[in-house]
Design a protein around this ligand. Structure first.
Ligand code: AMP
Ligand code: MG
Length: 496
């Protein structure tokens, strides 16, 4: 594939670009070009995201696109910019933040394309504007893993690397993730304009988000037809759905600061995230989170806390505290209902009715208690339980527990329930609900170690497995096994 290079030195990859965010005006961003990195190389590429963007897959083999997505060449038609936002970090108002290392190239086919790690911006504060290879591989793989799991997320087209040294606790090397989402607007963008008293800009931003993503907020009659209260409710509902999915699959985000919360209810800003190995409800995946604010079982409440911050930010537009509180209330019904429905699906129970719901709820609570008491591997438990309904015996499930009596008693209750339904239908649902492959820390770590030696095959293998995590992939059993002992010593912090 050869690129068209025009006189100004910019490339064209055959996509049509716009940038609706840029039209919001200069209060919202700073225009600037990405900063180059020497001698870039491809680390990981997603054909699926290329397809979504309408990008001919051949470009992902080209040196030209490699340079463009590492920030070394402009892309014709794009208007690169870094946006300003603020936020609450670890429960405290952090003041102005912003895209400190992410540069939005523009929008194509309704999707924003951002280069994360593309150099200093006016919002870099003490940072260097860069991202290291390690965290970039984690973000790339997890974005596509979440997509494979059916959880709303930003996507990642690729990671490119460079041997340019980057100082963290040790010296590492640089990388850039090309991220894609309909919008990277965060709760923190609203907080920024609200807290600084720029209420005209706050309204411009809210109207922009409603126009593009939540047009129903203009026509809904809830909350006295107040579009901004409706917006808060819509965001609350999407966030509730997203966090319910996190809890059901055992995903811990790790840094749920309000600047990392998407206004579209997408999982964004993958940092010290972790998929649970053994089921430990209080698990803290972020080594920098000393207080355990973002522990796994705190995520649902933290999401509400963050929505409350969004509600406060929107208050100048909503007008009445009571309307904002009423809009937030929806979280308290949508989250538990969504979580329960997802857990019922994990158990293969599709026909939950008012008659069966209390017993089903007890089955869920009790199995989670059993899993927690022995820190049973969360992903393996659910996958084995799924297979036990498709004909294999339940011994493989019992083998996961030391206390055989506890699980045996639970399995008796469970099979009494599944006897009322078609077990094959249940098994089918379970095998599509309970993934065989998740991005465990040690799998990411192994791919990172080999990538540092310029062998990117593990990155490709993991991408392939995580794109279809419900398939058996019989040649990759080791990727679906228990974590090795060293996995528990992996320390993932905010350093990225
Ligand atoms: P995070 O917790 O990674 O989402 O980052 C919080 C804030 O710090 C955001 O505004 C980031 O853009 C910024 N940031 C994080 N790392 C860097 C870095 N290496 N250089 C510049 N800004 C950074
Ligand atoms: Mg962030």
């Amino acid at each position: 594939m050869t690129m068209d290079m025009n006189k100004t030195g910019s490339f064209d990859v055959g996509l049509t670009w716009s940038n609706s965010f840029a039209r919001l005006g200069p209060d919202f961003f700073t225009s600037l070009a990405p900063h180059p990195l020497p001698e870039p190389y491809w680390v990981g590429r997603s054909l699926s995201v290329a397809h979504t963007l309408g990008l001919d897959a051949g470009w992902l083999d080209s040196d030209e696109l490699l340079h463009v997505l590492t920030g070394n060449q402009p892309l014709r038609g794009t208007q690169p910019l870094a946006s300003v936002y603020s936020g609450h970090q670890f429960g405290h108002w952090a003041g102005q933040l912003g895209d400190g290392r992410a540069i939005l190239l523009g929008e194509t086919g309704g999707l924003e394309v951002q280069l994360k790690g593309a150099g200093l911006t006016p919002y870099s504060r003490m940072g260097d504007g860069r991202a290291v290879l390690r965290s970039s591989i984690r973000e790339f793989l997890c974005s596509e893993a979440m997509q494979g799991l059916g959880i709303a997320t930003s996507r990642a087209l690729c990671v490119t690397g460079s041997d340019a040294p980057i100082r963290r606790e040790t010296t590492e090397t640089a990388a850039v993730v090309t991220r894609v989402a309909p919008s990277f607007v965060r709760f923190g963008h609203f907080e920024h304009f609200s807290h600084s008293g720029q209420h005209d800009q706050l309204k411009i931003l809210a109207d922009y988000v409603i126009e593009r993503f939540y047009p129903e907020c203009r026509t809904r009659t809830d909350f006295e037809a107040n579009p901004y209260a409706n917006l808060l409710q819509c965001v609350s509902e999407r966030t509730a759905q997203m966090v319910a999915q996190w809890q059901a699959v055992g995903f811990c985000h790790g840094v749920m600061n309000t600047d990392n919360m998407s206004i579209l209810g997408l999982t964004i800003d993958y940092g010290p995230f972790q998929f649970l190995d053994g089921y430990n409800p209080g698990h803290i995946c972020n080594h920098s989170d000393n207080q355990g604010r973002y522990a796994f079982n705190k995520q649902p409440n933290i999401a509400y806390w963050n929505l409350y911050c969004l509600g406060q930010a929107l208050l100048p537009l909503i007008g009445e505290q009571g309307l904002a509180m009423a809009a937030l209330e929806s979280y308290k019904t949508v989250f538990p209902a969504a979580f329960e429905a997802l857990m019922c699906a994990k158990l293969g129970l599709i026909d939950t009715s008012t008659d069966t719901a209390p017993a089903d709820r007890a089955l869920i609570e009790d199995v989670l208690k059993l899993l927690a008491s022995e820190r049973v591997d969360y992903t393996i438990f659910w996958r084995r339980l799924s297979h036990s309904n498709s004909g294999s015996d339940a011994q493989a499930v019992r083998d996961l527990f030391v206390d055989r009596n506890g699980i045996a008693a639970w399995l008796l209750r469970y099979s009494a329930r599944t006897n009322q339904i078609d077990r094959r239908v249940a098994a089918d649902l379970m095998l599509k609900t309970n993934p065989k492959f998740v991005l465990r820390n040690h799998l990411g770590e192994q791919a990172i170690r080999t990538a540092k030696l310029k062998d990117f095959s593990q990155v490709s293998t993991l991408l392939m497995l995580l794109e279809s995590p419900f398939d058996e992939h019989p040649d990759f059993e080791e990727h679906a096994g228990f974590p090795p002992d060293w996995a528990s010593s992996i320390e993932i912090s905010c350093s990225s």
